[in-house]
Structure formats: C-alpha cells, structure tokens
Design a protein around this ligand. Structure first.
Ligand SMILES: [Zn+2]
Length: 259
C-alpha cells in the first residue's frame, strides 16, 4: 500500500513536474505535450466537422492574423490553428496544442482588433499553460485516491492506509476548484502576450468592461463564457494591477515594430 502511495508521488516528480510560462508556477502533469496536442487535434477536427465555419472573409482573416501574431510571441511552436465559427454564443476556446475557435457571437463585444486580441491571447494562454491537461491530471488524482480508499476499506485492519487515502482525497478536494485560478492565470498571461504582440493592454480592460455591461443585460447569451470565470469586478481589478508591467512590454514591443 505504502509502495503504491510513494509510486504516485514519484510519477509526479519524475514525469510530470513542469513550469507554467510567464508566471513560473509549478504544475504536475501526467501527459506529455505531444500526447495532449494529438488529443487536441483529433477533438478539434471532429468539432470543426460538426460546426459551421464562418463565411465572413474579413473577420475570418482578422481572427487568423491576430492569432498568428500572438502565437508568434508565445514562445511555443505549436501547430497553431485559428477558426471563426458561426455561433451566436459569445465564446471562444482553445484545445491543447494550439487549436483555437472564436464564435461570431463574441465579435459584437470584441469590436476592434485589440478587443479580439484580448480574447485570443487569453485562449492562447490557456494552451501554453496547459490548463486542460492540469484539469485532467486532477481527475486522475481523484480516481487514484478513490481506488486507494476503496481497497483500504476492503481491508479494515489497516486503519493507517485508510487515513492515507483520506488525506489524498482531502488534498484533492482543496486543489480541484482550479478553473477560476486558471482563468485568472490566463488573464495575466494573455495580457503579457498581447503586449508582446504590440496590442495596447489597456484595451483588455475596455473589453472586459463591455462584457461586464452585457453580462448584466443579456446573461443567457454570455453566461457560458463567464460561468467559470472570476467576477467581472475582480477580473478588471486584477488586470489593472498587471497593467504597468504589461505597458512596459507594450512600449518596448511597439518600438520593435516601428523599426
Ligand atoms: Zn478562460
């Protein structure tokens, strides 16, 4: 039993210890980037086959342009893909390995190239920070904890093992509500990426203010995009606290583009 417990942690430390770019946060993952990218590509292909790809040439070109510009400064050489899909929902997402979808329903809120850059940089941030894989890892950890608990309960003489299993489950209970943490991290990384790509980071705050206003009026349309996200007020406050750092990067990148 103890061996199994130790093995679990050895797996984490020797296979899965990685660092999130830009924030430097340590994370433990059970999959490789190549495995995640393969899964992402398959799922993306299936989703696109069932979706209506937008015929709006101008906005499609803008989605691809903004996506490529941000991907180019992400430091990740993924097989990036950017598609605009016909869908009334105000949403966008990114699958592992850099497969991004933007819905036409979010364009009334992005309004400008910088607004679109805010959304796409946030999604690209999720991909490079491997948030999808981290969520999956937590599910795997929960499964392992449950398995340990059930095998311990079958052997009632071993109370110590029951405690060990319960401790694992307790820890999982604390680390599971990750999605909001991932959202805040994607906001910060996204802000830095858009500044690197030469987009004014202040426009991110303007975008979220527009979303906030819409949020109070048309909750059903945008609720899906916002449901796992921090409250609008907190999100805007957090972005403002990172604005100085992002503006320094923006000013430096602007000079680079002028040359
Ligand atoms: Zn997000």
């Amino acid at each position: 039993m103890k061996t199994k417990y130790c093995l679990l942690f050895l797996i984490f430390f020797f296979i899965g210890c990685t660092t999130v770019p830009i924030t430097g946060r340590s994370q433990f993952l059970l999959t490789t980037e190549a495995e995640e990218a393969a899964m992402g590509a398959t799922a993306y292909g299936q989703y696109l086959a069932e979706s209506k790809i937008s015929t709006d040439k101008d906005n499609t070109a803008l989605v691809k342009k903004v996506g490529q510009k941000i991907a180019a400064v992400s430091g990740y050489n993924y097989d990036w893909e950017f598609n605009l899909l016909e869908n009334d929902e105000a949403n966008a997402w990114c699958l592992p390995g850099g497969k991004v979808a933007v819905y036409t329903g979010i364009l009334p809120y992005t309004q400008t190239e910088e607004g679109l850059a805010t959304v796409m940089a946030h999604e690209i941030a999720h991909a490079i920070a491997r948030h999808g894989a981290e969520g999956n890892m937590q599910s795997a950890l929960l499964q392992e904890g449950l398995q340990l608990l059930s095998s311990s309960l079958n052997n009632k003489s071993n109370q110590k093992d029951i405690m060990t299993a319960a401790t694992i489950l307790g820890n999982v209970g604390i680390i599971l509500p990750y999605s909001r943490k991932h959202e805040s991290e994607a906001d910060y990384i996204g802000l830095i990426l858009m500044a690197r790509a030469g987009y004014d980071p202040y426009k991110a705050i303007e975008f979220w203010e527009r979303m906030s206003q819409a949020h109070s009026g048309q909750q059903d349309i945008i609720s899906k995009f916002l449901s796992t996200h921090p409250s609008d007020a907190k999100r805007i406050k957090d972005l403002q606290s990172h604005l100085r750092e992002a503006l320094i990067i923006y000013n430096t990148s602007k000079e680079r583009y002028i040359k």
